[in-house]
Design a protein around this ligand. Sequence first.
Ligand SMILES: Nc1ncnc2c1ncn2[C@@H]1O[C@H](COP(=O)(O)OP(=O)(O)O)[C@@H](O)[C@H]1O
Ligand SMILES: [Mg+2]
Length: 544
Amino acid sequence: MTKLKEIEVTMGAAKMDDSSNTSALRNPGDDDRPVLFEAADVSKNFEATRALDHVTVQFQRHDVHAIVGENGAGKSTLVKVISGVYGSNTHEGELRLEGRKLSIHNIAEAEANGIFLVPQDLQVVAELSVAENIFLNREPHRLGVVDWKKMLADAKKLMDDFRIDCSPTDAMGHLSTAKQKLVIITRAMARGVRVLALDEPTAALTETETQILFDYVLELKNRGISIIYISHRLDEITNIADRITVLRDGRVVDHLERGDPIAVTQRVVRAMVGRNVKLQSRKGYERGKAKLEVQDLSLEPLNRGGRPQLSSITLSVHSGEIVGVFGSVGSGTDALVGSLLGMTNVRPTGTISVDGKTVSLRSPSDAIKAGVGYLPADRGRDAIFPVLSVAQHITLLMLSIVSTGGVLRPRGEAALAKSYIDQFSIKISSSDDLIGQLSGGNQQKVVIARLLASDPKIFIFHDPTQGVDIATKKEVYDVIDELAKAGKAVMVVSSDLEEIFLTADRIVVLRAGALMGHYRSAETTEEEVLSVATADTLRDIGHN
Ligand SMILES: Nc1ncnc2c1ncn2[C@@H]1O[C@H](COP(=O)(O)OP(=O)(O)O)[C@@H](O)[C@H]1O
Ligand SMILES: [Mg+2]
């Protein structure tokens, strides 16, 4: 139970310590350009989660304003509030455009005011053409019918204007993610965008595509647009942002302007992490034999011409140890997990061995037979896990309670369920409760109980505490700890840096599909891991 105390220390420290200022940097307010758009004192809760806590940020014309922060800091929620995804009746605080209070109930009303969002998980109507996407619901008409000729000509002009290399008649579904995003930005241009929010726009893009997007962003900036740019890649931020707001736990914790990239990065990393105390990792664990070995694992790009989802990943997890795999969205963590579960769109190359024997994982049932137990992240609401569908998550869980003989044992299951319900103090009124009716934390405990019931050799926890409350978090970490003590091989795949440090003995960092670093938790720092995960140019930053 030592872990409980450590978490408390961490939580306390995160609240008390704010990053120190680096004097060479300018602070906003030094500049007196007029404010175009403002989010004033915005707060928003999701049940017990305080996603935004009195956030005030101002945006100017001709400006790229970056919003950075660790996973769960509130970045996406902020731009969803700004762009009408969450209407004004669902949050506190105000949005103001040129000082005028806006009352925005939906996306259409935000767009009518010139405020647009390109969401992280962009959904396009695959069958519609580029031209239709741009002019959807505002098609030019002639004599009462849609004037296709004019629509295509106008779209072509916009495409040329922004040097997007595609035809207005191309189906959106045939374009790369990068081009889809450019088309959606062009659509915003065609509708008089004044404030454009981009949520992690480069997460799925190649270096070349990223460069094209940057040129685009700078062009929009020159045209007077106010750009809100969310990214976890600090090298990108120091490259294109004019000012940076750092969020942590839903609050603005720092706010700075363009300056020396190294100084900016140091200050941002410190503000993001928000604590100087080093998190305690597990001490003195007993490392047994290699249980899981991954050798040279590679996976083709998701889109033609994109970058590989995985490039030559080699790692191992031994009995008795917890290996943390850290990476942000698009880093390859999803693809790695998908490969270990036999659930990828194409088959990976390289080898995966369990207990020294090469296994062929073509399906989740292969993975289960090989002894891989998987605890999925609760991502139902975000649908940001491209490798697995929600339905697949559920199937996987059902399969994991099938006994080795391949038959379901409902009575044994009921007894087991009862014992786990007691063990984890899961709050339900009857074991017939639908899982959907339980709180997030209780759902997660049910899922862990089921996983334990199938007694796997290797446990893969994927963002195990996403969306659960602090008390449940502690319980989940204790379960993970207990598993390793019982000699299991455990992998914790997470985009939550604190979670990685609180659980893992060793840490592997993925970025852009490649393994960028490998550390003993006791010998590294959060700053080092975060820097490597965000950009290798930042590797030299000190840990002071
Ligand atoms: N639809 C939702 N329902 C419940 N909780 C949510 C929802 N969206 C976000 N959250 C929670 O709000 C917090 C902020 O999330 P988010 O804005 O997505 O962070 P970021 O984009 O910085 O990673 C997190 O704790 C997240 O779990
Ligand atoms: Mg987000």
